[in-house]
Design a binder for this molecule. Structure first.
Ligand code: SF4
Length: 389
């Protein structure tokens, strides 16, 4: 399929750039991301294909005159590559796209794949933000979910990043893990708060079909915290992180003032993004594209056709409205009332039974001209968004 990035609408807004590195040291037991055990032969071919894909982005009208506001190296474990490989990809992006002044450049990193010289080289090469997968501060929990690092390595990686001069660090934490008590979670939050990162993502474990943990769960082999305990863990995170001065700005994300993740805001604010690499998605000019999922197929598609786009969808006005509503409500600031009404296609909130019920039951609230999900509603945010659609 030929890439068709010709615009359906003229848009000069900045856009986000996502680069997918699909390799990991080993596979975590809960993971259903597009990631594979690292294979050094394939990595070389993969990086070459990434370069070709980036070079092909020079011409499309949909992005030609637009600036990049954020770059996100995700995966997989991007930090599994060495610094010169990563900076090489970033430099290729810079040679093709125009970056906004102060554009955010995030690298997802796993403990055990970084040291001080590498972190220094990454920072000097233009990485501005590091997102570290810590998850928990109990080794038995990390082993239980198949993480390839220890607590000590995770804590060390954070301090090395500070030593290397990173002043914008996210820590990824997880609750609802098998065998995790509220006390374990409380200690993880204690450590994270004491460490003092600029941003924390706190995600509840999701049992994705097909993963080893999902299978174990089906066979009754894992003891997960019950729903009530998991809700208490989430509430604990909200209270403790807020008290520690981090703003709860999205369902699972907390940041010090001025450190909200620019790249994720691109998604939540329904702005446009270009995805490069195996399985990467793009949302540009009212269309969604997806690249070949498997790294080997991605590499051969780029070699044979100069593009790896495997599927393309023109989004209808209805689909765009639903997405914007769904994503906008994830943000604690919610949506402007007029935008909310336009997205639902209603002239007055009172005419919608669904909306009045959610307002009356305390799941939604009106505040300063915006519709927001309440703290009570956050516990069932996904369900209530579905009810609105
Ligand atoms: S490090 Fe991340 S991408 Fe890799 S297997 Fe674990 S959860 Fe999946």
């Amino acid at each position: 399929m030929k890439p068709n990035l010709e615009p359906r609408t003229l848009n000069l807004e900045p856009f986000g750039l996502y680069i997918h590195i699909p390799y990991c040291l080993s596979r975590c037991h809960y993971c259903d991301f597009n990631s594979y055990r690292i294979d050094s032969v394939q990595v070389g071919q993969y990086l070459e294909a990434l370069g070709q894909e980036i070079a092909c982005c020079v011409t499309p009208e949909a992005i030609r005159h637009r600036r990049v506001c954020s770059v996100f190296f995700g995966g997989g474990t991007p930090s599994i590559l060495n610094a010169s490989q990563l900076i090489g990809v970033l430099d290729q992006c810079r040679s093709v796209f125009t970056f906004e002044t102060g554009a955010e450049v995030t690298l997802e990193a796993n403990p055990g794949t970084v040291d001080i010289p590498k972190l220094l080289a990454l920072r000097e090469g233009g990485v501005t933000r590091l997102s570290l997968g810590v998850q928990a501060v109990q080794d038995r929990l990390l082993q239980r979910i198949g993480r390839a690092h220890t607590v000590h390595e995770a804590q060390r990686a954070f301090w090395m990043a500070r030593e290397a001069g990173f002043s914008n660090i996210n820590l990824d934490l997880m609750f609802g893990l098998p065998g995790q008590s509220t006390d374990d979670w409380s200690k993880t939050l204690d450590w994270a708060i004491d460490a003092g990162p600029e941003h924390i993502s706190a995600y509840g474990l999701i049992l994705e079909e097909g993963t080893p943990l999902y299978k174990e769960h089906r066979q009754g082999e894992i003891g997960l915290p019950d729903e009530e305990t998991e809700a208490a863990m989430y509430r604990m995170a909200i209270d403790r992180l807020r008290d520690a001065g981090l703003e709860h700005y999205e369902i699972s994300n907390f940041a010090r003032q001025g450190f909200q993740c620019r790249h994720n805001l691109v998604y939540w604010q329904h702005q446009e993004y270009l995805g490069i690499g195996a399985g990467a998605h793009s949302f540009l000019a009212g269309r969604r594209f997806c690249n070949e999922l498997l790294p080997a197929r991605y590499v051969s598609a780029i070699a044979e056709r100069g593009t790896a786009i495997a599927s393309r969808e023109d989004l209808s006005a209805e689909m765009l409205r639903s997405e914007r509503l769904m994503l906008g409500l994830r943000l604690r600031g919610g949506l402007n009332v007029q935008t909310f009404k336009d997205l639902l296609g209603i002239e007055d909130l009172a005419v919608s039974d669904r909306v009045t019920r959610l307002l009356d039951d305390g799941f939604l609230r009106l505040q300063e001209g915006r519709v927001q999900i309440t703290e009570h509603g956050l516990l069932v945010a996904n369900e209530l968004i579905v009810q609105l659609l």
